[in-house]
Design a protein. Structure first.
Length: 259
């Protein structure tokens, strides 16, 4: 059992220990709060940064046209509908071959056959049942998608395939086949835009832009046609306007604030 004298000495010493611990804790908080801002900007968990976004865009004329076209045939006899569609498409393929379009740039994208019911010409005869008041016809659709790299010939090619028997043009899309150079140009513009914004913010706040802390790139969408600088194609064929294509890149950059 502890003596009364020893208990007395411990009781007298304990307040001094508690006071010392409190003083040390207070000093630790003061050092953290008063740490140099420059050290926090580089090594701290919450560095002082300027967050900005940069947007860049690059435009170019398209160098390829993707066209979806084909034939559609109708006949009450299925075999006759198939034969009509086949003959028309063979004529269309002959035009493409004569134009020098390689087989690798021509792809069948739709081939279907279905039965449709249409009202007969004129009014139905009184007394006919509802089944007798419709005409059934087979419909055959055959469509191909082709790439045309001679844009000056797009209008003429369309005119020739329509004359040969094509009766359906589903879509025409102009594109830049390799967008890597456009994306680099747009990215350079986005970087310059972000840096200019950071410099302006820092100058206005009396700070200095330091090293890059983090950067992210967004976007990656396919080129979209713009409405300026459109030009006509054809030379006597179907009038076509290719326009320009634009590639956009957006980045998010965090710059450290230098001391």
């Amino acid at each position: 059992m502890m003596s009364k004298s020893l208990l007395g000495r411990l009781a007298a010493f304990l307040p001094l220990v508690l006071v010392g611990a409190l003083l040390l804790a207070g000093c630790g908080g003061a050092v953290s709060a008063g740490a140099p801002l420059g050290a926090q900007a580089v090594d701290g968990e919450n560095p002082r940064v300027i967050n900005v976004s940069g947007v860049g865009k690059a435009t170019a004329a398209p160098d390829v046209a993707y066209i979806t076209l084909g034939v559609e045939a109708r006949n009450e006899d299925a075999a006759a509908a198939v034969a009509d569609a086949t003959e028309r498409m063979q004529a269309v393929m002959g035009v493409l071959e004569a134009r020098g379009i390689p087989e690798s740039d021509v792809q069948t994208v739709v081939y279907r056959m279905y039965l449709e019911q249409v009202p007969p010409e004129g009014r139905p005869t009184p007394g006919q049942s509802s089944d007798q008041q419709v005409v059934e016809r087979y419909v055959v659709t055959n469509q191909v998608r082709l790439a045309v790299r001679d844009l000056d010939a797009v209008g003429e090619i369309l005119q020739e395939v329509l004359t040969a028997g094509a009766n359906s043009v589903a879509d025409i899309a102009f594109a830049v086949e390799d967008t890597s150079a456009l994306r680099r140009e747009a990215r350079d513009a986005a970087i310059a835009d972000a840096r200019a914004k950071a410099d302006q913010l820092a100058d206005g706040l009396g700070a200095t832009v330091g090293a890059v802390h983090s950067v992210s790139e967004y976007g990656g969408a396919q080129p979209l046609p713009t409405v300026r600088d459109v030009y006509g194609l054809g030379g006597g064929g179907v009038p076509i306007a290719a326009g320009e294509l634009a590639v956009s890149v957006e980045i998010q950059v965090s710059f450290l604030i230098a001391e």
